[in-house]
Design a protein around this ligand. Structure first.
Ligand SMILES: [Fe+2]
Length: 390
């Protein structure tokens, strides 16, 4: 039987929950390659050996971390770290440094935050590719606005699937803004902070017409395109205009697998994406598919009507178009799509960097079609989820 440790919780100036977890059961100073290490072990079998500088830098005392802002005050550059005396005290790690400074660490916090795990994101779900037949999770407007669980369910689905539906909301102008602002401040663009998607005379954007909008991402001509888009349906009497979505990451992964040359073409060759009207000329040169240094997909920038003149080497032009049309054809394939009609009072939210969106042509003579939209930063979506998880 494991010994019952009378554990004392140490204030780590940390708002994420570390109240419960494996117990720290041993601590000792060891030498690894003639360098001192603080060796720690927990009762779940986890162990680590930390250079003293890491522990000194993370000391949570009031002199090292501000009591109310919780921000770091300790300046490691000005500290002669040295080798501490190491002991366990009621399940906490106690270090006494050569200059007399004392550091106490919570054992569960150390288990959570021990370096090299790269997984201190327990509350944010991982992205999950859509399977054939995928339809977005639904949360009612009432659950979203009146319960933490409803809001959490909505946020988790948005991060996991990149698409989530809010249902049974009021058909009140600007409800989309109220919902967005319960998550974070709106991300404004050249179309304003809140925009209206309806056909209008002399449109400066395809969204303000009645034509079909093929799958696309919004504002890929910005260095930093909007992360999350919210679209709230107020009226949908017009014939046509069904919404369509596709998991751009799933499409890109399939292309990487089946046509690696086409994938490389779109991931490696930047093109110009550009919006121009009387007041703006916003252009960026980026590849259509962006991967990180490990090859993981990070972003899709696909929007045919704001693609500028294709400025690639003449001997690459035909290969580039072949790759572009391959990706486009895959987007059109039903396998990767979710198509449905938005009803008044429904709001769709999606990850604009991952999920592409579009709509069918509609006939403005058969009735009104009016959506209101706005954008949010991904940081605010994750932040809200972490706060709700506390
Ligand atoms: Fe759009």
């Amino acid at each position: 039987m494991a010994p019952v440790i009378d554990r004392e919780r140490v204030e780590m100036k940390e708002l994420a929950d570390y109240s419960d977890g494996p117990s720290l059961i041993s601590s000792e100073l060891i030498q690894v390659d003639e360098s001192p290490r603080v060796a720690l072990a927990w009762d779940d079998g986890a162990h680590t050996a930390l250079p003293p500088i890491w522990l000194r830098d993370h000391c949570p005392c009031d002199a090292c971390r501000h009591a109310s802002s919780r921000e770091r005050l300790c300046k490691i550059i000005d500290i002669e770290v040295g080798v501490p005396d190491v002991s366990l005290d009621h399940g906490a790690l106690l270090l006494v440094w050569p200059d007399g400074h004392e550091s106490r660490f919570d054992g569960v916090w150390l288990h959570q935050r021990r370096p090299g795990q790269h997984q201190f994101q327990p509350t944010v779900p991982a992205a999950r590719a859509w399977r054939e037949g995928f339809m977005p999770a639904q949360v009612t407007h009432r659950d979203f606005t009146s319960t933490d669980a409803g809001q959490r369910q909505w946020l988790e689905a948005l991060i996991r699937d990149g698409l989530v539906l809010l249902d049974q909301g009021p058909t009140e102008s600007d409800e989309v803004t109220r919902i967005a602002e319960s998550i974070g401040p709106l991300r404004a663009t050249n179309f304003g902070a809140r925009f209206d998607v309806q056909s209008k005379p002399n449109p400066n954007n395809a969204a303000y017409t009645a034509i079909e909008l093929e799958l696309h991402s919004d504002l890929p001509n910005w260095r930093n395109p909007p992360d999350i888009q919210l679209l709230y349906c107020l009226e949908s009497e017009a014939e046509g205009g069904a919404s369509t979505f596709a998991d751009g990451f799933a499409v890109a992964e399939a292309m990487r697998h089946e046509s690696p040359k086409h994938f490389a073409m779109l991931a490696e060759i930047p093109i110009d994406l550009r919006f121009q009207d009387d007041d703006h000329d916003i252009v960026v040169r980026e590849p259509i598919i962006r991967t990180d240094d490990r090859g993981e997909l990070r972003e899709i920038r696909f929007n045919n009507w704001i693609r500028d003149a294709v400025d690639v080497a003449p001997d690459q032009i035909e290969d580039w178009y072949a790759a572009y049309c391959d990706f486009w054809a895959r987007l059109r394939a039903p396998r990767y799509r979710a198509d449905f009609e938005l009803a008044p009072g429904q709001m769709i939210a999606f990850d604009n960097r991952r999920v592409l969106h579009g709509r069918g042509e509609f006939n403005p003579n058969t009735g009104k079609r009016h959506l209101q939209g706005c954008y949010l930063d991904y940081d605010m979506v994750e932040s809200k989820l972490r706060v709700l998880a506390r």
